[in-house]
Write a protein that binds this ligand. Structure first.
Ligand code: NAD
Ligand code: UGA
Length: 493
């Protein structure tokens, strides 16, 4: 009886604590805002989810009836968009109205590394976050929960809170009231939908218990309760930076060991398997590659470096900065190695690049290792044919800061040798005609099944295959007239 009464009271208590949510708004329709809100809309069909952005083109693409034109390629995303768009999931540029009618507002805008001013090159640029906080302060009505979804430096919630508190004080509307929560996103591109549907954890940091429970209630529609963690707001902000720093650290660690494997006759995959079976180390995130890319690892570590220096902890800052330095060194090492193997020069040599996105299953190229490596090769005079199943030639032009050229031969119409040019490769086989090398930079599944006999016939001999992703089975190459280099494989020598 007593227990029954307690349970009833608890429910009443809970009911009182949790605000009923009808409208959610997410500012920022990018790689995080788009998929995250799609999954919320799919799992909470009684809530209207409005994703807003200042970028009209992006919103137009999100609303395109042709799902192939969505601005983001992410496996499984198109099906959710088809199911929920214009039912309880809306994409729009009407930021003000959507802020006004929302109970919860997620801020999911970009937070890149600052290019100038104080902290340039390390600190995150928070100008977009601040603009959003000011818009929320101006247009929100009544009680609103503001959620940091973007990855932010520790103490950013304080900045947002200050802006919102000033609005509360200066508003004629006595009901205007805000709570700020930190709810960092841990999805990885290429597996975003799965990561969002079955997250390892959802982290909610905040001070106000009722606001935390309200956000908790949304996630508990599909995430098991024991996977929703509550922390204080600063721990939540720091945990996000720390998770990315630890992940990136593993990649720099395994890539450094890969270089040692190549020098000593060991094989990095065997080393990874051997250490990965230690349950304390674990087997994930130990794939040697061309160095980590993506919009966040470098930015978040540099942010950590900046924060550590700011709080007068230079040793901590130096420790984390080494992870980024190792990654830069590693990418340059691969470019140099290609040049060295091609008799010390790539000038006028045709090289096929397979993969331009920073990892497979995404069209995102931000900080992709391919950008650095291609730029290095172009600078040395190479002519590149670049293939990627999802990245457009226009995006490659932007990333390489160089227009695409149309050429098929090593010589132009005036019979002059071509150097330092690139062209988009629609078909890998015809693009490989007379090439001196093929370089695999992204682990797209289709590169595992290439006809190497056919490719070998096309290449100019002596020819090289450089596999920086370990996707080509050795038996598919052996016996062919090809030189083969595989990342971290010392048994090549
Ligand atoms: P993105 O660049 O893809 O998207 C950000 C969007 O915000 C853009 O479309 C931009 O137009 C919009 N925007 C900027 N200022 C705006 C404003 N004032 N009003 C309305 N819209 C505005 O960035 P992203 O990859 O989605 O990352 C967003 C945040 O999430 C970053 O802090 C990032 O560190 C973090 N994050 C990213 C990932 C990822 O995989 N990309 C994963 C976890 C966390
Ligand atoms: C990463 C984290 O994994 C996410 O948890 C985080 O939310 C996200 O950053 C973010 O904050 O933006 P993402 O960058 O999308 O996700 O992709 P990852 O799978 O982490 O890969 C990052 C880079 O490391 C890629 O270039 C990938 O090829 C490389 N990588 C990854 C390796 O070279 N080896 C590995 O074993 C794993």
């Amino acid at each position: 009886m007593l227990l029954k009464l307690f349970k009833k009271q608890f429910l009443i208590y809970n009911f009182w604590m949790i605000k009923k949510i009808e409208n959610i708004c997410c500012i920022g329709a990018g790689y995080v805002g788009g998929p995250t809100m799609a999954v919320i809309a799919d799992n909470c069909q009684d809530i209207n989810v409005n994703v807003v952005d200042i970028n009209k083109e992006r919103i137009k693409a999100w609303n395109s009836s042709n799902l192939e034109e969505l601005p983001i390629y992410e496996p499984g995303l198109d099906e959710i968009i088809e199911r929920r768009r214009d039912k309880n999931l809306f994409f729009s540029t009407d930021i003000e109205n959507n802020i006004s009618k929302s109970d919860i507002i997620f801020i999911s805008v970009n937070t890149p590394t600052k290019k100038k001013g104080l902290g340039a090159g390390q600190a995150s640029d928070l100008k977009w976050v601040e603009v959003c906080a000011r818009k929320v302060a101006k247009f929100a009505k009544g009680y609103t929960i503001v959620v940091e979804k973007s990855t932010l430096p520790v103490k950013t919630a304080e900045v947002i809170k200050n802006i919102l508190e000033a609005a509360e004080l200066n508003s004629k509307n006595k009901n205007l009231k805000f709570d700020v929560l930190s709810n960092p996103e841990f999805l990885a591109e290429g597996t975003a939908i799965n990561d969002l549907e079955k997250p390892d954890r959802v982290l909610i940091g905040g001070e106000n218990e009722s606001a935390i429970l309200t956000l908790n209630e949304i996630y508990s529609n599909w995430v098991p309760k024991n996977k929703i963690l509550h922390t204080n707001i600063w721990s939540s902000e720091l945990a996000k930076l720390t998770a990315n720093a630890f992940l990136a650290q593993r990649i720099s660690s395994i890539n450094s060991i890969g270089a040692l494997c190549e020098a000593t006759g060991a094989d990095v995959r065997e080393v990874a398997r051997a250490i990965g079976t230690d349950s304390r180390i674990g087997s994930k995130f130990l794939d040697a590659g061309p160095g980590f890319g993506g919009s966040c690892f470098k930015k978040d570590i540099l942010n950590l470096v900046y924060l550590s220096n700011y709080f007068n902890l230079p040793e901590v800052a130096n420790f984390w900065e080494e992870i980024v330095k190792m990654n830069d060194w590693h990418q340059n090492r691969i470019s140099k190695l290609i040049i060295k193997k091609l008799f010390g020069t790539v000038a006028g040599k045709k090289i096929c690049i397979l993969g331009f996105s920073f990892k497979a299953n995404t069209n995102d190229t931000r900080e992709s290792a391919a950008i650095n490596i291609c730029k290095n090769l172009l600078e040395e005079g190479a002519i590149l044919f670049i293939h990627d199943p999802k990245v457009s030639p226009q995006q490659i032009e932007i990333d390489l800061c160089q227009k695409e050229s149309n050429f098929t031969n090593r010589k132009d119409e005036d019979d002059k040798f071509i150097e330092n040019k690139w062209s988009f490769a629609k078909d890998i086989y015809s693009s490989s005609k007379d090439a001196d090398a093929i370089v695999v930079l992204t682990e797209w599944a289709e590169y595992e099944d290439l006809d190497w006999q056919k490719l070998s016939n096309n290449l100019r001999k002596p020819a090289w295959v450089f596999d920086a992703r370990s996707v080509i089975p050795r038996n598919k190459i052996s016996g062919l007239d090809l030189n083969f280099w595989k990342i971290g494989d010392g048994t090549n020598f």
